[in-house]
Ligand binder design. Structure first.
Ligand SMILES: *[C@@H]1O[C@H](CO)[C@@H](O)[C@H](O)[C@H]1NC(C)=O
Ligand SMILES: *[C@@H]1O[C@H](CO)[C@@H](O)[C@H](O)[C@H]1NC(C)=O
Ligand SMILES: *[C@@H]1O[C@H](CO)[C@@H](O)[C@H](O)[C@H]1NC(C)=O
Length: 382
């Protein structure tokens, strides 16, 4: 218990005025009737000066803070969910030439106001902006049309199946980057947003050289100003979509987790775990993927992977009620609420002019603007 131990320590903290009275003050029946002490002794506050009362009040307040509030705050800051090992089994595999059969194409206007025209399934096939082989699936931005009005052609897909929990293993061969791009691989219920939550597992913008950002977006009442076990650095702690204009509660990863450096390494695996205890994301570069992920006969066990890159514990966020009915979504937006921000497009990534002018007029600038996925696997606890 240490210095907050209320049993062994309080006498030491008490001012001398609280010391037991000398026996000479005991003087007869009046004192005896009032518990053995004279009725107006120096221990009776009614006889105290204002200064003495304030000092005594302060002393009591300090004792309360040290003995009661101190340990309480300590306990509060140390709260942490129990991420006990779950026994996972494989539920869904998205892989191979029929990869896109299990996805819908989002062709409605972009909810994030991007300078983008998302193609439907027929358009995607006709333009070959999405295609799959036995070894990978690709979605990409149009690189042929010199001038576009209202937005450049691109792809946004979402899994037909939705999930309330699970361990999602995303094996990625190439991440999109380049001026004007705002790509993401995420989990959300696009039709009930932000009610059912959004988990951005992989997200970057423009030059793509600053590392991956993992972010939650929720309704009110989900915050991350709590104990966390993660190697990434905190960007913001309130996940509520209204705070800071939907900034979300983000965690920043180092540069090699996205973009040119990530691609040069042959990509890697992102693992995202969604369970009542919390949401955690790990990243493994191509050459250090755990064998319980690479071995087709094994089952992934996050408890063996070490500290996560991002940790969103349930301490001050009821994960089960904030995150439901999640689809797997992959897209490449252009400009829009995030990609087109002057602070990101111009200042951080040193991209020229305005985002929409650039995207409209430079088809040749989008050769690296494609996702290439080896597979997605979804495990759930049995
Ligand atoms: C689509 O593009 C890829 C990559 O350039 C190519 O391998 C494939 O043959 C194309 N498919 C069609 C139908 O044009
Ligand atoms: C937050 O979500 C609400 C819907 O619950 C929506 O009306 C509002 O526009 C959103 N605000 C931002 C900044 O995204
Ligand atoms: C779950 O998400 C799907 C879209 O992926 C949507 O059509 C459906 O309404 C959602 N269901 C619930 C119960 O929110």
């Amino acid at each position: 218990m240490g210095r907050y131990d209320p049993v062994s320590q309080p006498q030491k903290n008490e001012p001398d005025t609280f010391a037991p009275p000398p026996p000479t003050y005991y003087n007869g029946p009046v004192a005896a009737a009032s518990g053995g002490f004279p009725s107006r002794s120096k221990f009776d506050p009614r006889g105290w000066s204002l200064r003495k009362k304030i000092l005594a009040g302060l002393a009591v307040a300090i004792v309360i803070v040290v003995v009661i509030v101190g340990p309480y705050e300590g306990v509060k800051q140390n709260r942490y969910p129990n991420y006990y090992p779950l026994k996972y089994s494989l539920k869904d595999t998205y892989q191979g030439a029929n990869f896109f059969d299990n996805f819908e194409y989002w062709s409605a206007p972009d909810p994030a106001q991007g300078f983008v025209h998302y193609l439907d399934a027929a358009g995607a096939k006709w333009s070959n902006l999405s295609y799959a082989t036995d070894t990978s699936a690709v979605i990409k931005v149009d690189t042929t049309y010199p001038n576009t009005v209202g937005g450049r052609n691109s792809i946004r897909i979402q899994s037909k199946k939705t999930y309330n929990d699970g361990l999602f293993i995303f094996d990625i061969l190439h991440s999109p980057y380049g001026c004007g791009t705002w790509p993401a691989l995420w989990l959300a219920d696009a039709y009930n947003w932000p009610t059912n939550g959004e988990i951005d597992v992989v997200e970057a913008n423009n030059a793509g050289t600053f590392g991956n950002q993992m972010t939650l977006h929720t309704t009110k009442g989900c915050t991350m100003g709590v104990k966390r076990k993660q190697t990434g650095s905190v960007i913001a702690k309130d996940c509520y979509n209204v705070t800071n204009n939907n900034q979300g509660c983000g965690v920043q990863a180092p540069p090699a987790t996205y973009g040119p450096e990530f691609n040069a390494n042959g990509g890697g695996v992102y693992a995202a775990e969604l369970r009542d205890a919390g949401i955690r994301v790990w990243f493994f570069p191509r050459d250090s993927i755990p064998t319980d992920i690479t071995d087709p006969n094994a089952t992934p066990d996050p408890s063996t992977w070490g500290e996560a890159l991002a940790d969103f514990p349930s301490t001050d966020c009821d994960i089960a009620s904030h995150f439901r009915n999640q689809s797997i979504i992959a897209n490449i937006d252009l400009c829009g609420q995030l990609g087109g921000q002057v602070s990101l497009y111009n200042e951080q990534s040193h991209c020229p002019g305005t985002c929409t002018d650039f995207v409209a007029n430079n088809p040749g600038a989008f050769n690296e603007a494609y996702w290439e996925f080896k597979s997605f696997k979804v495990y759930q606890a049995s």
